[in-house]
Design a protein around this ligand. Structure first.
Ligand code: HAM
Length: 417
């Protein structure tokens, strides 16, 4: 493979792609801030052990891990949650609760690349640490949906489950985690095999029945009928009620929902956009117990991560318009003797905050104008010898062709309007 080829599963982003991505990203940030979340950042690489403790085999197999020059086992982050938990334990345990934080950045998973699946991808991640459990779970889902609504992403599907019920059912089984993984992958043959190996084949029917329950709030009674009432259902009922207070109505309860990561303990949720095909999951999250496991105090935590790249794909698919940042003023000397002067004009426009560009080559004025048109600049600022002597320039609207002569001192004021 040529050294000039990108590694598999990575991408370059052109200016127009970056323009779109930055717009979506800044909308994400604004919604988080509206909900009272604050941004943090963590390192791109961490000690490998941070990710191998509780993320589960699906992530561990996919981790970009290597030894650094000091012989330490290092990994590129496959997700943010363990880093956020580490940072919380190291530096934020004394901060008043609840702590509501978000972060955005690249993550790395060694997986087979395909549409919507990359080896370097971007996550937008939010977590709540502390606070009332029911409220925090309801608020985190409301934030996820709020972000999608804000970027006008339509036709997504929100499924909500409660992993502890399946955990309780399979409690004590040596292969519990693998059984849950099999349920997550809907690989029921594998599940049957593992249940048999663990001496619990009778559980199969119960799990299959439970895992097939999907629907509106009436699903709660159906699930109760299978596994019996208990405090999990008390929680689910309170949580569903709280979701309604947040105005959330469009969700499906899914008692077979298991997440790919192993650390979830309570409410879990996923958001799909079916139009994406195999990689349709655009968001996933739920409540988890990593903090205690990493040596922190016992405290509730819940969060989610959005697949940023997939969301951009969906928005493109839905023909969302992304206004491009335009050059407001393109400065052109109509005579070579005015090149220095045109640099001065451009510099002063830039200093007053106007998006300004100018010819860096020695194009003829007509070629420079053509270029200005081709980049959709709004105005051409033409410097002509006779006008320049009077401290004036010609301002041409490149869309309408209308032009007028204005003094250089008034130019930035006019262009700011
Ligand atoms: P996750 O489900 O592993 O959860 O990832 C979240 C999202 O990242 C997925 O729904 C998907 O959209 C996107 N994603 C994952 N892998 C790729 C990939 N290879 N290429 C493109 N997009 C991808 C987590 O990572 C948890 N940390 C979420 C969380 C936060 N739970 C609690 N707090």
């Amino acid at each position: 493979m040529s050294m000039f080829q990108r590694p598999r599963g990575t991408r370059d982003f052109s200016p127009s792609e970056m323009g779109k991505r930055r717009q979506v990203e800044s909308q994400f940030r604004l919604v988080c801030e509206r909900f009272g979340f604050k941004e943090i950042a963590t390192p791109t690489f961490e000690n490998l052990a941070l990710f191998t403790t509780k993320s589960g085999p699906s992530v561990i197999d996919e981790t970009y891990a290597f030894k650094d020059k000091g012989g330490r086992d290092i990994a590129l982050r496959p997700e943010f949650t363990p880093s956020v938990v580490r940072m919380y334990i190291n530096e934020m345990q004394k901060v008043p609760k609840p702590i509501k934080i978000f972060c955005f950045g690249n993550c790395f998973r060694y997986d087979e690349p395909q549409k919507g699946r990359y080896r370097e991808f971007y996550q937008f991640n939010a977590e709540i640490i502390g606070g009332d459990e029911v409220s925090a779970d309801a608020e985190i889902i409301t934030l996820a949906v709020g972000i999608l609504e804000d970027v006008t992403l339509r036709n997504f599907e929100l499924r909500i489950g409660y992993i502890n019920i399946l955990r309780e059912l399979t409690k004590g089984l040596p292969n519990q985690q693998r059984i849950l993984q099999a349920i997550d992958k809907k690989d029921f043959d594998k599940m049957r095999e593992l249940l048999k190996a663990d001496g619990a084949p009778a559980l199969e029917t119960k799990i299959m029945e439970l895992a097939s329950i999907r629907g509106d709030d009436s699903a709660i009674e159906k699930a109760k009928a299978i596994v019996g009432d208990g405090k999990d259902f008390e929680y689910i009922e309170a949580f569903v009620k709280r979701l309604k207070s947040y105005g959330m109505k469009d969700y499906v309860l899914d008692f077979g929902l298991v997440r790919g990561l192993d650390y979830y303990t309570g409410m879990v949720f996923e958001i799909d956009y079916p139009g994406l095909g195999a990689e349709k999951q655009i968001c996933g999250g739920g409540s988890y117990k990593l903090i205690e496991l990493f040596g922190g105090e016992k405290i509730f935590s819940t969060g989610f991560a959005m697949g940023f790249d997939r969301i951009v794909l969906v928005l493109e698919d839905q023909r969302r318009q992304f206004p491009e940042g335009k050059v407001r003023a393109y400065v052109i000397p109509m005579d070579d003797s005015l090149r220095e002067a045109s640099i001065e004009v451009a510099t002063s426009l830039r200093k007053s905050g106007i998006i300004t560009d100018m010819d860096l080559s020695t194009r003829t004025p007509s070629k420079a104008l053509k270029y200005a048109n081709s980049i959709n600049a709004e105005y051409a600022i033409l410097l002509k010898p006779e006008l320049y002597r009077e401290n004036k320039v010609t301002m041409r609207n490149l869309e309408s062709g209308a032009q007028e002569d204005v003094t250089i001192s008034s130019l930035s004021g006019i262009l700011k309007k």
